[in-house]
Design a protein around this ligand. Structure first.
Ligand code: NAP
Length: 251
């Protein structure tokens, strides 16, 4: 049972209608935070996340924005301010991953991935930093893939490499304002992004299990519980960190 260590805090999680983002929204709500659940297309599932949170005694709202569209980002932050009047924690999570070897990569693939996975994170961090009080915190959901050289993922991996650098630069830039910025890097985690529907084969899954020290694929809750540790005040001296949450992949 989670304690209420985030009581009084307001959190925005991007891409929280499914997968890792939904698990983070639920976990931080269980920690006592009021949570804004962002979605782009999946309104029904986002409302279901809100309903699960409220049924469990928490507080949440669904906020729409396609984070790859710069004009929609300030509108989403304004909706959070209108509902809760403050923002303490931003979890940049919404991202896409399309597999592709170099020979198949197009300029459109590049722009689509960078427009959401990097520019989306950056513009959300900008809006958040403008309103966050001292003690605020930004989590960038990165990926273990940026340190793995995984063939067939060059564009996606490059976006996650950009997030690693952005995290350190923003930690340095926002630290004097009392805002922490950290990257949480999942390894292979069972979600829509990473299952048979996204092209993952049974053999690849078994190989990934064997690559982890703990010998299994991660679950969204494994990532959410780690985020809960990093956003709380006990982690007040942690900033600019890249936190491996992969079950020990390729140690
Ligand atoms: P997922 O299952 O595909 O879910 C993606 C979420 O992002 C959905 O809620 C989706 O909502 C939302 N989203 C997509 N495009 C959006 C947009 N333009 N604007 C706003 N929201 C958008 O992905 P996941 O596996 O949970 O991944 C979450 C994060 O973990 C990502 O940053 C990913 O790179 C990272 N990660 C995942 C794994 C893994 O193995 N799964 C490993 C390492 C890192 P809508 O349907 O409403 O668009």
């Amino acid at each position: 049972m989670a304690d209420k260590r985030l009581a009084g805090k307001v959190v925005l999680v991007t891409g929280a209608s499914r997968g890792i983002g939904a698990a983070i929204a639920k976990r931080l709500a269980a920690d006592g935070a009021k949570v804004a659940v962002n979605y782009a297309k999946s309104e029904g599932p986002a409302k279901e996340v809100v309903s699960e949170i409220t049924k469990a005694g928490g507080e949440a709202i669904a906020v729409h924005a396609d984070v790859s569209q710069p004009a929609q980002i300030p509108v989403m932050f304004a909706a959070v301010q209108k509902a809760y009047g403050r923002l303490d924690i931003l979890v940049n999570n919404a991202a896409i991953m399309q597999r592709g070897f170099l020979k198949d990569v197009t300029a459109e693939d590049f722009d689509r991935h960078f427009g959401l996975n990097v520019r989306g994170y950056l513009l959300c961090a900008k809006e958040a930093a403008a309103v966050m009080p001292k003690g605020g915190c930004i989590i960038n959901i990165a990926s273990a893939i940026s340190r793995m050289a995984y063939p067939g993922s060059v564009v996606y991996s490059a976006t996650k490499g950009a997030i690693d650098v952005m995290t350190r630069v923003l930690a340095a830039e926002l630290g004097p304002d009392g805002i922490r910025v950290n990257a949480v890097a999942p390894g292979s985690t069972r979600t829509d992004m990473n299952n048979a529907s996204s092209g993952k084969t049974k053999e690849e899954e078994q190989m990934e299990e064997q690559m982890t020290a703990l010998r299994r694929i991660g679950e969204s809750e494994d990532i959410a519980d780690a985020v809960s540790l990093i956003v709380c005040d006990d982690a007040r001296w942690i900033t600019g960190a890249w936190i491996d949450v992969s079950g020990g992949i390729r140690l």
